[in-house]
Design a protein around this ligand. Sequence first.
Ligand code: GUN
Length: 294
Amino acid sequence: MPHARIIDGKAKAAELQELIRRETAELMARGVKPGLAVVIVGEDPASQVYVRNKSRTAEACGFHSVQHSLPADATEARVLDLVRQLNNDAAIHGILVQLPLPKHLDEDRVTQTILPSKDVDGFHYQNIGRLAAGHLDGAFVPCTPAGCMLMIEDEIGKDLSGLDAVVVGRSNIVGKPMASLLLKANATVTICHSRTRDLPEVCRRADILVAAVGRANMVKANWIKEGAIVIDVGINRVEVDESGEKRSRLTGDVDYDGARRVAAAITPVPGGVGPMTIAMLMFNTLQSARYAGR
Ligand code: GUN
């Protein structure tokens, strides 16, 4: 019998988006219109969908929204030139270069060329450093972990003192910044990865379990502590057989049906972390426009 609460990321993101839209209107009355530039290089279909969603949501919030699509064989010089041009464009407050980039481009060089003050992804070392130091004032926090934190706060509050949090995955985009946020909220944090000994056993200690590995249904029900909060960051496309027909479906890193019988609350995929990530991108862009308008 499933008993976990389903954390409705889609509804929460819609509420946030509405708030951002209203605050954008107020800011515009003071002469500042938040501007977001999204850059995509190449044709990766998943990235195309994400980027379209980001640009559309920016428009829905009332932002100045521009998208730059470069061909898969664009040179690094061309990408860097575009980033510098956006750095110097006063109408743009947030710059996002969609990752992954084609292999011939140095992601690090591109990411670090974005001005820290326009780095709404929170990937610049200056923003990473501020987060790692726990100095969030004026820093941009990566959107996916920021969205996960808001959902965790809704479930158990802002102070996670005495709680064990386990993050599965050590990426710079999710795992590491997620751990920093949980630590700042006083959780006792463990980061696990592919070299961790007895991963199920470590996960079973978690009051808060964040799965960000990118492997469909990897986290099983018997890895989850009774009453845990489970945040599933995975977005995996899998082929399923539906009455003889092969269909493609999105699934998370957690065995959702199994986990629902054990956890107190869980985020669905789709409709959990994904929409919150986009809402936080809008929040970061609005913040950046506010800083610029001061
Ligand atoms: N690719 C997957 N997630 C992200 C993200 O949060 N930001 C960017 N720029 N690229 C991504």
